[in-house]
Design a protein around this ligand. Structure first.
Ligand code: HEM
Length: 489
């Protein structure tokens, strides 16, 4: 009877602790202690979360263990929350993985002054090295040539899995930004970096189930080791930078950071800013740029190959437009984008259908917030369901069909769509959005200029996904045939 009493007592305590005001968004009935954990299919979380909206409306709540979340659905709700009331949801919840190892450092998981200064600084650096000669633009064009050469060299060994080579190409762009140079794909240090990143990404699972994962053996327990290995790797570079840097001519993110930490350029001019720029934080920020900027763009390109193999008639139209506007004798540049509306529309549609960050990253309320008839208290986790916007029936003519026409008007000109938010929106909008768009445009047009992608004979393209850090296509092999284009084109 003591046991029964204890159980009843704990259930009542859990109920009292988790009671919400009447104006809190509704949601499915939550079990004591575990909440709604068993109501969600974690192999396709975004689909489960989109389905709940049919029953509970565009603003509903879920309880994961002892954590309350409010899930936001549909274009109008996300616009109201992220843009109109963006100041209320600019914070991130504390993630256990980060908090265990590097509390309040970096950009992605920090709040307040730390986040503001590091974000502003990273945006400044990305703009500084953005477009032009000796810039990230030319680094991407250069990298796409290395990629194409590598694929052309595979001649006879087709089909191939594009995963690793695409990861390498994309990671090299962040290497150029952070270290000031690219690596050969076989370089020992580069390969070590790529392994560290892969293990780091696997370890992110720990953030979803911290209580469980702390007890279960697995690669996430190596997270401290990854941080320290990454630190060793990058510290060597920082020392080298210190030896031969010229503050009047920064070469990369590390140089800019060193300048900022010496306060030679004053972007912000206040004491808080200075206090956030120190070497350990530089290392965490660099790691985050790699983590956020590699897998995302690489996954989108892997969707691109697959969609082109699935829709050969769309691939042909893209190639015809590129042949007409750029031809075969020169590399694409960002100046070409305005003249390639069909290609641009196809890239947008790949990003929409690929839906690679389907639930954005979690936010949290830093103030009480009124959303429609609901009141959301301070400190509640907010999940912006991007899937519900990218496939919103009210916004897209054929939401579940690959249709570049979503981004074209009747004359075939490119049109922007407000509901196109794969990079999210508002104060936390992806800070690499411009870089990612530049990479996708330049890589994709270079690949389409040189190759035709198709599935190996007898194999049908599978557009199914694996739900992980990003929504990625299931591993596949593909053929890339070198194009024979007549010189008259
Ligand atoms: C955040 C998408 C590429 C750096 C995000 C978020 C999304 C996203 C949905 C969460 C925004 C939010 O919390 O509401 C993407 C997609 C990409 C991409 C779809 C490529 C196709 C990149 C690249 C970089 C980058 C290339 C690095 C240069 C970041 C950072 C954040 C972020 C640092 C955190 C921003 C903050 O907390 O203030 N991204 N991203 N991303 N992304 Fe990206």
């Amino acid at each position: 009877s003591l046991l029964l009493f204890s159980v009843v007592f704990l259930v009542i305590a859990d109920y009292v602790k988790n009671r919400r005001p009447n104006s809190f968004p509704p949601g499915p009935w939550a079990l004591p202690f575990v909440g709604n954990i068993f109501s969600v299919d974690f192999s396709k979380t975004h689909e489960s979360l989109t389905k709940f909206a049919e029953t509970y409306g565009d603003v509903y709540s879920l309880r994961m263990g002892q954590t309350w979340m409010v899930v936001l659905n549909g274009f109008n709700t996300l616009k109201e929350a992220l843009l109109t009331q963006g100041h209320c949801v600019a914070d991130r919840p504390i993630l256990p993985l980060q908090d265990d190892v590097a509390p309040n450092q970096g950009i992605i998981t920090t709040n307040g002054h730390m986040w503001k200064h590091q974000r502003r600084f990273a945006l400044f650096t990305l703009k500084y090295f953005g477009v032009g000669k000796k810039s990230l633009e030319s680094a991407i064009v250069d990298e796409s040539m290395h990629f194409c050469k590598e694929i052309a060299d595979l001649k006879g060994k087709e089909p191939f899995n594009p995963h690793i080579i695409t990861n390498n190409a994309v990671a090299n762009i962040i290497c150029t930004l952070v270290f000031g140079h690219r690596f050969e794909y076989g370089d020992e240090k580069f390969m070590k970096l790529m392994v560290l990143l892969t293990v780091f990404l696997t370890a992110q699972l720990y953030n979803s189930f911290p209580v469980l994962m702390r007890r279960v053996p697995g690669p996430h327990h190596t997270i401290r080791k990854i941080y320290s290995d990454f630190m060793d790797l990058i510290k060597v570079d920082i020392s080298k930078h210190k030896e031969d840097w010229d503050p009047s001519e920064p070469r990369d993110y590390i140089d800019c950071y060193l300048i900022e930490s010496c306060n030679l350029i004053t972007l912000n001019g206040d004491a808080f800013a200075e206090a956030t720029f120190y070497e350990d934080n530089l290392i965490i920020c660099a790691l985050e740029l790699f983590v956020a900027g590699s897998e995302t763009t690489s996954t989108t390109l892997r969707w691109a190959f697959l969609y082109m193999a699935k829709y050969p008639e769309i691939q042909e139209k893209v190639q015809a437009e590129i042949d007409r506007v750029i031809g075969q004798s020169r590399q694409p540049s960002m100046m070409d984008r305005a003249n390639l509306p069909y290609t641009d529309a196809v890239i947008h549609e790949i990003l929409r259908m690929g839906n690679i960050v389907p639930l954005s990253l979690p936010h949290s309320t830093n103030n009480e917030m009124q959303l429609g008839n609901y009141t959301i208290p301070k400190g509640v986790v907010i999940i912006p369901n991007l899937t519900s916007v990218l496939f919103d029936k009210k916004e897209w003519e054929t939401p579940y069909t690959f249709n570049p026409g979503h981004f074209l008007n009747e004359e075939g000109k490119f049109v922007k769509r407000a509901a196109f938010i794969p990079f999210s929106a508002g104060k936390r909008v992806c800070l690499g959005e411009n870089l990612a768009r530049m990479e996708l445009f330049l890589f994709f047009t270079s690949f389409m200029q040189r190759f035709t992608f198709s599935m190996p004979s007898g194999v049908k393209p599978v557009l199914d996904y694996r739900f992980g850090v990003t929504l990625a296509p299931i591993q596949y092999k593909i053929c890339a045939k070198l194009r024979q284009v007549s010189s008259s084109q």
